[in-house]
Design a protein around this ligand. Structure first.
Ligand SMILES: [Zn+2]
Length: 277
């Protein structure tokens, strides 16, 4: 499955278009036995409330995708239900989760930018690009993106993993943090690692990136080598942190996340005697 981001959709909505409908950051899905399906446009008639308007997102394997906000919390018929997007990680294919996240991000942005931050008047949708424009003062607002770094720190045959107080579950992961105004991504890696566990790193290398729309992050992933210092976890952020061998990991994040891709990269390269960072 491949998704092509778009702004202007077809003139009419196809019956089989996928509709990513949200209520309070939960996604409407149709349950058919053990399977979870994204509702199609033709299914909307059966629902007792309809999203207005639908925002075109792009196409998934040529199929148009839309986002909309639902008012009703209890959908009928009962084969439909609202589920938190994170709880669907194991039930939907990664591209569907990606579009669901995008829908969630844009619906939130849409709701939070109904009024101009400069003069307070009602904003309008810009016709030629995804933005809100104020008809009075002309201020333009684009969907917000919050860049964050995420880094796999390697010390010989061990990987630094930590349990953050922010994590919803018991799992451990690599370190991450938001980029602050005025700093480069590499400076952010050094600062975050320093603040969270008190060590220094070197050889910071780009690994990859992933939109993480919960609600509006872009994760930029790096690998780094341990340089010096001993782990002293910041108790405000980190419950526990340590160096782990690949065959002795605590619970780690789901496959879909770039955090997991970093951890899997370490696992694949660990023990091969190859270059790790
Ligand atoms: Zn204004």
């Amino acid at each position: 499955m491949s998704f092509n981001l778009g702004f202007i959709g077809p003139p009419t909505i196809q019956e089989d278009a996928l509709c990513f409908l949200l209520h309070g950051q939960k996604l409407l899905i149709e349950k058919q036995g053990d399977r979870y399906l994204i509702p199609q446009f033709r299914d909307l008639e059966a629902l007792d409330s309809s999203p207005e308007p639908l925002h075109y997102l792009g196409s998934l394997d040529g199929r148009p995708c839309y986002a909309g906000e639902m008012a009703a919390m209890i959908p009928s018929p009962t084969t439909f239900e609202f589920k938190g997007i994170r709880s669907l990680f194991e039930h939907l294919e990664a591209p569907l989760i990606g579009v669901a996240g995008l829908a969630n991000q844009l619906i939130l942005w849409n709701r939070n930018h109904r009024f101009c931050g400069n003069c307070g008047l009602k904003t309008e949708d810009k016709v030629d690009e995804r933005a809100k424009v104020c008809p009075a003062c002309g201020q333009i607002n684009y969907p917000r993106l919050s860049p964050a770094v995420i880094v796999a720190v390697v010390r010989q045959d061990r990987l630094l993993l930590a349990h953050s107080r922010r994590f919803p579950g018991k799992f451990y992961s690599v370190l991450a943090g938001f980029v602050e105004p005025g700093e480069t991504l590499e400076e952010c890696v050094q600062r975050e690692v320093g603040e969270e566990v008190g060590i220094e790193v070197r050889n910071i290398r780009y690994f990859g990136s992933q939109p993480w729309p919960f609600p509006d992050s872009l994760m930029i992933a790096f690998t780094a080598e341990y340089s010096r210092g001993e782990i002293i976890a910041d108790p405000a952020e980190i419950d526990d942190a340590g160096w782990f061998l690949a065959d002795n990991f605590p619970p780690i994040p789901p496959k879909i996340s770039i955090a997991r891709q970093l951890i899997d990269w370490f696992t694949e390269n660990s023990g091969k005697g190859g270059k790790r960072a």
